[in-house]
Design a protein around this ligand. Structure first.
Ligand SMILES: C[S@@+](CC[C@H](N)C(=O)[O-])C[C@H]1O[C@@H](n2cnc3c(N)ncnc32)[C@H](O)[C@@H]1O
Length: 471
């Protein structure tokens, strides 16, 4: 049974992003975010659980700086604390990844690792891969400037397929000063279920890849909901045969499955172990029911300025899956890069609802919450906040002298209102006014990331207004 020995096309397995293109950011001590957690043996959540300031801002604690030391639970990317998953061969969608244990909603599953490359390089590679005839797209956009390419080097996350009704989602985390992408469970996932997330592919023209996710809300093609796709074609317009489905150069990943490999196995005895990875055919037919993801408008990321050169490709006889229009298909296949939703708190200060949210947050029917409205930093406002006893207590309770608190976390922490948007506004002025008004001795600084941070100068308890009066 030949197919039992089938393996995915070779790639280099990595568990850390590869920084061959640029150096890894060096974190200065000032930039290290230190939480205020204290480990208590009786309360397992005390060591950097969901109340941890770093967890709230999607930032991993830095070893050696976390007050919880070895008990810190907020170093999942660094320690590769992945959920159990295993590789399997799908029908029609190449390889996929399935849950090898029950996974809880919100659980970290795996990091999407690859080579961190510039946007330009991503575009160049995307073209080159097309020209080489690579059918699967592994590049995801990290932000406006950089992408992660898992084509040659990656983790098992590179095998997670797209679904229009996914059970996972991507989230960005800041780890040791770098943004990293993790796959997290959107819902409880049962062992054996295929893992999937919405690629949010942006389509740049070229062959459309039929989406075989099987969801009832399936958009039909990968990237079909992206702006590029909708603007460039009239696929769904009636009486417009320019782009009728038949005429659209279409790559259907089912086509390249040799008939023998499309066979479905029923029993676990048909699964074999190779190189520590269990390869099996899926028994899983459907997809877990979940609330369909609303596709957000994407920032267009077109490749229209890309010049498509003629490329001579040597075709072997058995690669007739491209037989119809070899040139066209090669040049136009998968001109897509998937985009990470900015669903992370990260440095955007969109605070995830791990705690009750301030009133200013809005809950959408899908259960997702809208970004909190942000207020510009205003010395007066900060002063008012810090003049309140509750805020002072909170502030001083959670901050130690050595650490800095980004101003935008103060209102959130004290549940007084929306986070403050950090600007390059005079940190010292904010500090001076806030000090005068609150009676706290404060120090402020403006970090590289445009964050105004503030800290009490005294390690001792605050001199609250009434105590001062009593003295
Ligand atoms: C990141 S790779 C996923 C792993 C891939 N299946 C493999 O065998 O290596 C993305 C590629 O998988 C295929 N794919 C993923 N989700 C799909 C879907 N829902 N329908 C059809 N093809 C899909 C497409 O070719 C896509 O470019």
């Amino acid at each position: 049974m030949e197919f039992l020995y089938e393996r995915p096309p070779p790639y280099i397995h990595i568990e850390w992003n590869d920084f061959s293109y640029r150096k890894h950011t060096k974190q200065t001590e000032e930039d290290i975010a230190i939480c205020e957690c204290h480990y208590e043996a009786t309360d397992p959540d005390s060591a950097c659980g969901e109340r941890c300031l770093n967890v709230i801002t999607n930032t991993e604690c830095t070893p050696g700086y976390c007050p919880c030391g070895i008990y810190c639970k907020n170093q999942k990317f660094q320690k590769c604390e992945y959920s159990m998953s295993k590789l399997f061969k799908t029908e029609g969608r190449g390889w996929g990844l399935l849950a090898d244990e029950n996974i809880k909603a919100g659980q970290f599953i795996i990091e999407y690792c690859g080579e961190v490359i510039s946007w330009k390089e991503a575009r160049r590679r995307s073209q080159a891969y097309e020209a080489e005839g690579l059918k699967d797209a592994f590049i995801i956009a990290l932000n406006a400037y950089e992408s992660i390419d898992a084509t040659r080097k990656g983790s098992l996350a590179r095998f997670i397929n797209h679904s229009c009704q996914p059970n996972c989602e991507t989230r960005k985390w800041t780890v040791l000063g770098e943004i990293r992408v993790g796959i997290f469970a959107k819902q409880d996932i049962l062992v054996g279920a295929e893992l999937s997330y919405n690629y949010n592919f942006e389509w740049y023209g070229g062959a459309k890849v039929r989406c075989l996710c099987g969801a009832t809300c399936c958009s039909g093609f990968l990237g079909a909901k992206s702006r590029g796709f909708q603007e460039a074609t009239h696929l769904w317009e009636e009486n417009d045969d320019r782009y009728s489905v038949e005429n659209v150069p279409l790559y259907d990943s089912a086509e390249d499955e040799p008939a023998s490999k499309n066979r479905k196995l029923n029993s676990s005895e048909d699964a074999i172990k190779t190189e520590g990875v269990l390869e099996s055919f899926t028994k899983h037919e459907g997809f877990p029911q979940s609330v369909p993801l609303a596709v957000e408008p994407l920032n267009s990321f077109r490749m229209e300025d890309t010049i498509m050169h003629d490329v001579k490709i040597e075709m072997s006889k058995d690669t007739d899956l491209y037989s119809q229009s070899i040139h066209q298909n090669f040049m136009q296949k998968n001109a897509m890069i998937s985009r990470i939703r900015s669903n992370s708190a990260c440095r955007n200060y969109h605070i995830e609802p791990s705690r009750p949210l301030p009133k200013s947050s809005q809950q959408f029917p899908s259960g997702r919450s809208k970004h909190l409205k942000q207020k510009q930093i205003d010395a007066n406002y900060v002063s008012q906040l810090l003049a309140s006893q509750v805020a002072q207590k909170n502030f001083l309770l959670v901050r130690k002298r050595e650490t800095w608190l980004p101003l935008n976390l103060i209102p959130y922490m004290t549940r007084y209102g929306p986070p403050l948007k950090s600007t390059r506004r005079t940190a010292k002025a904010v500090c001076r006014q806030a000090s005068q008004r609150s009676g706290l001795e404060l120090d402020a600084r403006h970090s590289k990331r445009s964050l105004t941070c503030i800290r009490p100068l005294s390690r001792t308890s605050p001199v609250l207004p009434e105590r001062r009066a009593a003295k």
